[in-house]
Design a binder for this molecule. Structure first.
Ligand code: HSE
Length: 333
């Protein structure tokens, strides 16, 4: 398989290379050739892969001669070029939101709706990170007990704004600790020692686009737009793991033990739920992990037979690079 990464020098590009290398070593993906592309500013760098140093080329305006293009250079690059790459025969797995809501573009989390990937017409969308992390835990519950309403509060890491977001957290925190005032570029307000209930643009209904993506994309991935979804999306000063508190109203009542047992065998999930032993999902433990941690599973005090839980998933892995590579693995099977 010939694989190309567009946006190879960004934070997601960096993770894509690691995850591809691990997939190749496991024998899941057979990569005959890896091509790396980035903007003219970043082209020319060399990056190690499989014991070789690969040179990053400028993203071509024309065709890419690859079987799979992993696109993570942002929506404007994808909008301009993805259809052309696909028309030349490549399958584009796109990390931006440019095509996620197109009816003929599958939006795929392999553990949840893998077969959808096979219906592609050249482009497959990788979901919003917050949504991908949530549905790994919510989908098995929906299948068995039927989710009627889903209320999500997020605690989103700075990696959601890319490498520059993570860098801003570190440099601005350093400044504050040295008595200087923090400034901000990647976030709407200074991020050190702050939480910001504002990610992406506000919509007419008072929700942000990030919050609405959780509703839109949950519906599309679960194939059920009857679920009522409400989200409050908040940026917090962590590096790379998104955490989420989720409350579910269920069609058929479930107990916390039933949910623990169900999620214990769900793919992509690590149940981490022993409050007495101080064991629950956290960015500290979920960062760098493939599985989404799920814990604090308890009976809802609001919805009879409903469930409250807490999840933490690595935004750069399950929220981006890992999910994209898992889609490629699914296509190869
Ligand atoms: N929009 C997300 C965030 C990242 O800002 O955290 C990409 O899904």
């Amino acid at each position: 398989m010939r694989v190309a990464i567009v946006g190879a020098t960004g934070a997601v590009g960096h993770e894509l290379m690691q995850v591809l290398e691990q997939s190749q070593q496991r024998g899941s993906l057979k990569i005959d050739e890896l091509q790396l592309y980035a903007s003219p500013r970043s082209a020319g760098k060399t990056l190690p892969f499989g014991g070789q140093d690969l040179t990053v080329q400028v993203t071509p305006e024309g065709p890419i001669d690859a079987d799979i293009v992993l696109a993570s250079a942002g929506g404007s690059v994808s909008l301009a070029l993805a259809h052309q790459w696909a028309s030349e025969g490549a399958i584009v797995i796109d990390n931006s939101s440019a095509f996620r809501y197109d009816a003929d573009v599958p939006l795929v989390v392999p553990e949840v709706n893998g077969p959808e990937a096979l219906k592609h017409k050249g482009i497959i969308a990788n979901p919003n990170c917050t949504t991908a992390i949530a549905v790994v835990a919510v989908a098995p519950i929906h299948r068995k007990y039927g989710v009627k309403r889903m209320i999500v509060s997020t605690y989103q890491a700075t990696s959601g704004a890319g490498q520059k977001g993570m860098d801003e957290l570190l440099t601005e925190t350093h400044k504050v600790l040295h008595g200087q005032q923090a400034s901000h570029q990647e976030f709407v307000h200074p991020i050190p020692f702050n939480v910001i209930p504002h990610i992406d643009a506000f919509q007419d209904n008072g929700y942000t686009k990030e919050e609405m993506k959780v509703a839109w994309e949950t519906h599309k991935i679960l194939g059920d737009d009857s679920i009522k979804v409400s989200c409050t999306a908040v940026r917090i000063p962590t590096l790379r793991t998104h955490s989420e508190a989720i409350t579910l109203e269920l069609e058929h009542p479930a107990t916390p033990d039933e949910i623990r047992e169900l999620l214990g065998s769900a793919p992509g999930v690590e149940v981490r739920d022993n409050p007495g032993g101080k064991l629950y999902p956290m960015p500290l433990t979920a960062s760098g992990k493939y599985d989404v941690e799920v814990g604090r599973i308890r009976q809802s005090l609001v919805f009879d037979g409903g469930i409250d839980l807490f999840v933490a998933g690595d935004q750069l892995l399950k929220g981006a690079a890992l999910n994209a590579v898992q889609i490629a693995e699914y296509l190869q099977e």
